[in-house]
Design a protein around this ligand. Structure first.
Ligand code: GCO
Ligand code: MG
Length: 403
């Protein structure tokens, strides 16, 4: 089998998605997600202008060799644009392999290790009461795990609190929106949220929280310690992770489990964190961390250090990524949990898929061949690219901060 064509599709059914389609001489094609929120066209160009010409004529079954061809062959290694482009190719090749062998991709990754993929949903509200009601909504929908975020008194906007509750979308049209931030107000308020949630929902429900890279290690230690009575499933991204050694300080102060890595691109971003057992869940995801080929290596390395997976699954990852994440999640031995932010009906219509939520807290990839996602190109063409950015964040005095 040979690759004869590879094309990049850009569509915006409410938000921008980049999708790679690789076609073969046997009529089988595969899809890969190449969406990098707020930097979409850079990946589209990287693929079209630099990688795809080198792909034509290759054997799509050579996932390992092709991965290294683009990783080593670039000379310029790593980085989100490079690794998202490589991920898209890798995903599409696994999709082709599955279709050619008439089996779901999870069978090529070791087969089923569990009956379903446990997911967590996003509950958010302007205040504790509203967030608590949203958690109740997820409990009614059968979720076993819920991430809770709440507005902070004195701050006009807070990360994770959206206008549309079910279809949370952080990117906005036009130039980047500016948010304001106060660590002091945040650290005082968050424990009250979880105290209320435990009082209302008891102790069985898994509760998660995302600090979105906004604390210093010692502040994260304080937050983790104050949340210990409410036994979170995890505290996510407490600190920006460029300085991996910084996480040791958090460990010295709290036993709240730490999840990290939604912005990681390669195993090297997490190597020290894993080897030194400084985190508990690795959130590296198929689209931004080099595809299934590389993510499986990260997971295997993590397993040695008792670290479980908890892949990023926000709405800026297309249904192609979600499908790949589910094939990965159902097969990987050290699976922990999968984030599941629902796509809008418009997005789901552009990307018809076989994965489904069972009403009991689990997603299932479906048993069809390949990844089980398609792209309706006629419908996609009705939604042209529309520039959008993630917000930026400033402290109350105007200092540029982490969003
Ligand atoms: C999450 C993430 C997202 C990101 C978004 C950025 O935990 O789901 O933090 O909400 O902010 O994916 O593009
Ligand atoms: Mg996050």
């Amino acid at each position: 089998m040979k690759i004869i064509r590879a094309t990049v599709n850009v569509t915006c059914p409410g938000r921008n998605f980049i999708t790679l389609k690789i076609e073969t001489d046997e009529g089988i094609y595969g899809l890969g997600d190449a969406t990098l929120n707020g930097r979409e066209l850079a990946v589209a160009s990287y693929l079209t202008d630099h990688l795809l010409p080198c792909l034509i004529g290759r054997d799509p079954f050579q996932t390992e060799d092709i991965w290294h061809y683009f990783y080593r062959g670039a000379y310029w290694r790593r980085g989100p644009v490079t690794m998202t482009a490589i991920a898209a190719i890798d995903m599409a090749l696994w999709d082709i392999k599955g279709k050619a062998l008439n089996t779901p991709v999870y069978n090529l990754l070791g087969g089923r290790s569990r009956s379903g993929v446990m997911v967590y949903g996003h509950a958010n509200g302007r205040d504790i009461e509203e967030t608590s009601d949203e958690v109740a909504h997820y409990v009614e929908m059968g979720y076993l795990a819920v991430r809770a975020q709440t507005g902070i008194p004195g701050l006009p906007s807070t990360y994770g609190v959206s206008k549309d509750k079910m279809y949370y979308e952080p990117a906005e049209k036009g130039l980047p929106v500016e948010n304001v931030w106060s660590t002091e107000k945040y650290l005082f308020h968050v424990p009250q949220l979880f105290e209320q949630l435990r009082l209302r929902f008891g102790h069985d429900l898994h509760l998660l929280h995302d600090a979105h890279h906004r604390l210093t290690p010692i502040e994260a230690g304080r937050l983790g310690k104050s949340l210990e009575p409410y036994h979170l499933f995890w505290l996510e991204d407490p600190v920006p992770a460029e300085l991996q050694e910084g996480f040791r300080l958090i460990r010295q102060h709290t036993i709240t489990p730490i999840a990290l890595g939604e912005v990681f691109n390669t195993i090297w971003d997490a190597e020290h964190l894993l080897r030194e057992q400084l985190i508990d869940y690795i959130r590296a995801t198929v689209v931004h961390a080099g595809g299934l080929t590389h993510l499986r290596k990260i997971a295997d390395f993590a397993a040695i250090y008792h670290v479980q997976t908890g892949c990023h699954g926000a709405t800026d990852l297309s249904p192609v990524s979600m499908a790949a994440a589910l094939h990965f999640g159902i097969s990987v031995p050290n699976f922990g949990i999968q984030e599941y932010m629902r796509h809008t009906p418009e997005t789901d219509a552009v990307f018809p898929h076989t994965y489904s939520y069972d009403g009991k807290g689990y997603l299932h990839p479906g048993d069809g061949p390949g990844l089980g996602v398609d792209l309706d190109e006629t419908l996609a063409a009705k939604y042209p690219y529309d520039r959008a950015y993630l917000p930026i964040n400033r402290k109350l005095d105007g200092t540029m901060f982490h969003w």
